[in-house]
Ligand binder design. Sequence first.
Ligand SMILES: Nc1ncnc2c1ncn2[C@@H]1O[C@H](COP(=O)(O)OP(=O)(O)O)[C@@H](O)[C@H]1O
Ligand SMILES: [Mg+2]
Length: 305
Amino acid sequence: MGYTIIKLLGQGSYGTVSLAKTDNDELVAIKILNIYRLKSAGFTLQHILDEVESLKILSRECSENVPQFIEYYQNGFQTDIYIVTEYIQGVTLENYINDKYDDLQSNPKLVWSIIYSLVKGLYCIHSNGFAHRDLKPENIMITSDGIVKYIDFGLACVEKCKWNDCKNSCVGRMGTPLYHPPEFYKYNSEIRGLTASQAQDIWALGIILYNLVSGSKNFPYDLPPNANLYQFKRLIQYAPTKKSAYKADDNVNKLIDFILINDRSLRPTINDIYTLTCDYIKGYDILDEEPSDLDTTMEIDYDSE
Ligand SMILES: Nc1ncnc2c1ncn2[C@@H]1O[C@H](COP(=O)(O)OP(=O)(O)O)[C@@H](O)[C@H]1O
Ligand SMILES: [Mg+2]
């Protein structure tokens, strides 16, 4: 299909995302990955195929919270790569948090409706066996209807094999340091060896909720200004996280405390978080379905790697 580029939507480390229209005047988003940048960062064609495969499965299984996959082009890893998806009419959660700070402070129903959409989307991703591994407000969009869309599956991996050939299994520690869980930095290699990618997403979700109610540049760490990664690593290993202080509904703080558990083996699963969220939002008239309607066939067991 032919596309006409309309404007640039975003710029990442390996290329750009642009708004484009099809010959039928339908709007799409095209991610164009620069082949030279990919190669110099050590990426292979398999990485791209993995991103496309994750997106294909999750946009089908979690269609409410993941943009629809349309098509992709690659030429044997010789030229730039194009990934075409549904265009999300919305803003990144990072921009949303910055623009709506006052509304978020005074409107707990708004906060809970975003939390609910975040939790429901991640519940779907994890139930389908995947981990995202780069959750942060820049990789989440929110539509004008308040629906959360997870984007950027460039680091996604399969933790529990359910759909594909499962070559893309979760190994290593990937993503964005400020959203990484404490176990990534433990000097005790036994604990470090126990890293699990869905548990990484859970920690990142806790940090994102903290950002949501305190500002996108606020983290639950007492970091000195301009702290370097080394200082951050030392702090996250030993210091407890700062308490969130959302004034309009203390249950938001309780949910964040429930998620940000330093010990990975005690950290809740997305099932636990989903259940608690549904409990806390009773009375806000947000739930669109009963929790029992969701697929709970897949138990997530972090200790059986
Ligand atoms: N489907 C989409 N619809 C609208 N905007 C998008 C879409 N996908 C990405 N973007 C915009 O492009 C930016 C970069 O996209 P992302 O997939 O995160 O690329 P990168 O891998 O370069 O970080 C996002 O932060 C968002 O602003
Ligand atoms: Mg991104």
